[in-house]
Design a protein around this ligand. Structure first.
Ligand SMILES: NC(=O)C1=CN([C@@H]2O[C@H](COP(=O)(O)OP(=O)(O)OC[C@H]3O[C@@H](n4cnc5c(N)ncnc54)[C@H](O)[C@@H]3O)[C@@H](O)[C@H]2O)C=CC1
Ligand SMILES: O=C(CO)[C@H](O)[C@H](O)COP(=O)(O)O
Length: 300
């Protein structure tokens, strides 16, 4: 099979490598010429632009988009559209909003598959978990590629109609936020609690048979091993947040309570206050207001 891959960053290069390794052909394009050269070194055919990519794919085009969610997906699809017909398939493997995916699917003649991708660059060796929405025939047509990119046949499935793949991935990320928060709170208590603990040892012990073992916990173990039990100079600042925000927005719309996911998202936002949290500063001052408790002042 021949696959066009657009977007050759951390995730796209893995798609290229795994698809090539499974014996398929890849035509690769990225705005960044260096990324195209890396894919070519791996065995992909480099494309100069999207016209060149579609020309090289011939009939029954199969194209995987792995560009940043948002404008880059729209821009790429707009350029591809004149080259696409009903027998072609486009997969968006990025973290797009599910409603944007439904809109994009409606706007193109090609079959459009929204594919939530989990595993991250660190999961490359194992393969990814793929949650796919869109027409069944297109899912079937892409199965050899999904088998290659995922951990295997059990690492991917069609969730349902258009949008459902990215919907499931959005909720997955909400769960990811909450799990990270739960591990974070547990380790914070252990770090600041009454025993002098080696947190790498705790994580390793938990990872071997404990109820709460998981890949995220293995990553906690790795973090303590590489950064130290006090996390060294790792800052109190968590970036990201779009997929968690979408999860909370959707939960509000559906009137489904997701307090843990919301709390994890709120903690992220809170971590970004450069000048300390205003609400905590006000609480500090109010305790003086009603109780004459000493106000803690910032150091100059
Ligand atoms: N990094 C991760 O852990 C995961 C990322 N994702 C999603 O996968 C998608 C890609 O993520 P990464 O590979 O991490 O990003 P990245 O920033 O490493 O790579 C994006 C690549 O797309 C290229 N690009 C940007 N606009 C383009 C355009 N219009 N045409 C062609 N190429 C273009 C960039 O030059 C870059 O090489 C995103 O939607 C991300 O949310 C999904 C699961 C995990
Ligand atoms: O999808 C992912 C993991 O599953 C990506 O790593 C994503 O970037 C995580 O979301 P955020 O950037 O909001 O932390």
């Amino acid at each position: 099979m021949q696959l066009g891959v657009v977007g050759l960053g951390r995730m796209g290069q893995i798609v290229v490598d795994r698809v090539l390794e499974a014996g398929h052909d890849v035509v690769a394009f990225d705005l960044d010429a260096e990324a195209v050269a890396t894919a070519a070194d791996a065995g992909a055919t480099p494309a100069e632009d999207l016209d060149d990519l579609t020309d090289r794919l011939g009939d029954d085009k199969r194209i995987w988009l792995m560009v940043p969610a948002g404008e880059a997906v729209d821009a790429t699809l707009e350029e591809l559209k004149p080259h696409l017909g009903p027998e072609d398939v486009v997969v968006d493997g990025g973290n797009s909003h599910f409603e944007a995916s439904v809109r994009r699917a409606d706007s193109t003649d090609a079959a459009y598959l929204d594919c939530g991708t989990s595993g991250g660059p660190a999961g490359a060796e194992l393969g990814f978990s793929l949650m796919i929405g869109g027409p069944e025939w297109a899912y079937e047509a892409m199965t050899p590629v999904f088998d290659a990119v995922a951990t295997g046949p059990d690492g991917h499935d069609r969730m349902g109609e258009s949008g459902s793949g990215h919907y499931v991935k959005m909720v997955h990320n909400g769960v990811e936020y909450a799990l990270m928060q739960a591990y974070g709170e547990g380790f914070e208590l252990l770090a600041d609690g009454r025993y002098d603990l080696d947190l790498e040892s705790v994580a390793r012990t938990w990872n071997n048979g404990a109820v709460i073992r998981s890949w995220l916990l293995e990553l906690c173990e790795e973090a303590f091993r590489e950064e130290g039990t006090d996390l060294g100079d790792v800052a109190d600042h968590v970036a990201g947040g779009s997929t968690g925000t979408w999860t909370v927005q959707e939960a509000l719309e559906q009137e489904v309570p997701v307090p843990l996911i919301y709390q994890a998202l709120a903690e992220r936002f809170g971590s970004r206050a450069d000048d300390g949290r205003f609400s905590r500063r006000l609480a500090n001052r109010l305790r003086y207001g009603f109780g004459r408790h000493e106000v803690q002042r910032r150091e100059e």
